[in-house]
Design a binder for this molecule. Structure first.
Ligand SMILES: *[C@@H]1O[C@H](CO)[C@@H](O)[C@H](O)[C@H]1NC(C)=O
Ligand SMILES: *[C@@H]1O[C@H](CO)[C@@H](O)[C@H](O)[C@H]1NC(C)=O
Ligand SMILES: *[C@@H]1O[C@H](CO)[C@@H](O)[C@H](O)[C@H]1NC(C)=O
Length: 145
């Protein structure tokens, strides 16, 4: 026989698992983690900025992005807040050059990638930046308004 407390623990675990694996109804692009995925890898292959992937999935992905689970559903972008115009940073890139190549401005580039500092000294090869030519506000929560 299962004890009452172990049944309760199992029920709580099931609810938590369901919560952790719930898809956002207002998600513009759903994604399921596959073996070998990294955050920047997912970003690059799906045209999603590093910032947007982290922000939209802040409740699922930790800061170091070392807790991705195969089969885990992620949301790549919230409807109406989804930047799909991106550039993958190469060695030697500068924000000014990236903005210029993409036909946008440095101000818009920085606004669309709040993880990049104002001097643009913290970008790194493989990072994915939103290079849209308009500012796309990405809310820090996936909770529907
Ligand atoms: C993403 O998944 C959610 C939950 O299943 C669903 O409501 C939504 O329509 C999906 N979005 C797309 C673009 O398929
Ligand atoms: C990403 O964007 C590029 C350039 O617009 C396009 O060629 C490619 O098909 C896009 N990939 C996906 C997965 O949307
Ligand atoms: C961000 O979320 C807030 C609160 O849910 C909402 O009022 C606001 O419209 C959202 N911003 C955008 C750009 O959707």
């Amino acid at each position: 026989m299962f004890s009452r407390s172990s049944l309760i623990a199992a029920a709580v675990a099931a609810v938590m698992l369901q919560g952790a694996y719930a898809q956002e109804p207002n998600c513009a692009r759903n994604y399921t983690v596959v073996l070998g995925d990294t955050c920047d890898g997912i970003s690059a292959k799906t045209n999603t900025s590093t910032y947007q992937l982290a922000t939209v999935n802040a409740d699922k992905i930790d800061a170091a992005c070392d807790n991705l689970a195969v089969g885990e559903p992620l949301c790549l972008g919230i409807t109406g807040q989804d930047c799909t115009v991106v550039d993958v940073v190469q060695s030697g890139d500068s924000c000014a050059a990236i903005a210029d190549d993409a036909g946008t401005t440095l101000d818009i580039l920085l606004a669309n990638n709040p993880n990049v500092n104002s001097d643009c000294t913290n970008i790194y090869p493989g990072e994915v930046l939103c290079t849209a030519d308009e500012v796309i506000v990405v809310n820090s929560t996936t909770t529907s308004a």
